[in-house]
Design a protein. Structure first.
Length: 182
């Protein structure tokens, strides 16, 4: 079984809250025996895959397989070509060098669901949206990369893993896929 889930903001990517009091996957997915193939931080939103197939879970999360993950990041400020080039070449953060990313400015703000709580707004500091495509997924990597080039991430949404997209899934909704759809 494979499940595509649109993980809402402030939800843990696991089935137990370990005493934190936060919502978890069990609050949205009433299916036994499935586990997240990868993670999204509590403060990130978007596409999360779950499966009951251990081999598939390993294939989806093992860096050797390099599945592209597409993120839309709302950042503080307006990155220029130099910052985008840094992201494209890879950045050293926390003692390791990231793999090169595909990085571009989104021409228009994406049509997304409202976030609760909303992203902070400052009259004097503009924001813009970047599309970043990574083939690795280290802890808080997109946030650390954008901060390293001087543009902190305010909102982060994973919109795709490979060819699988969030299309049509509202936050908290999920749907099953057949294995041949991967």
């Amino acid at each position: 079984m494979i499940i595509l889930f649109n993980k809402p903001y402030n939800v843990l990517s696991q089935f137990t809250d370990e005493g934190t009091g936060h919502q978890t996957l069990k609050d949205f997915i009433p299916v036994a025996g499935v586990y997240a193939a990868g993670r999204l931080d509590r403060d990130s939103e978007g596409l999360l895959l779950l499966t009951d197939d251990g081999a598939l879970q390993h294939r989806l999360t093992d860096p050797l397989h390099g599945h592209p993950r597409t993120y839309w990041a709302q950042v503080e400020g307006m990155p220029g070509e130099a910052a985008l080039q840094q992201l494209r070449k890879g950045i050293t953060i926390q003692g390791y060098r990231t793999l090169p990313a595909q990085a571009s400015l989104l021409a228009i703000e994406p049509e997304l669901w409202p976030r609760t709580p909303p992203v902070r707004f400052r009259k004097t500091i503009p924001t813009c949206w970047l599309e970043l495509i990574l083939t690795e997924g280290r802890n808080r990597q997109v946030r650390r990369m954008t901060a390293a080039v001087g543009f902190p991430t305010l909102r982060l949404v994973r919109v795709a893993i490979g060819d699988l997209r969030l299309d049509g899934l509202a936050p908290g909704e999920w749907r099953s896929l057949a294995a041949h759809q991967l």
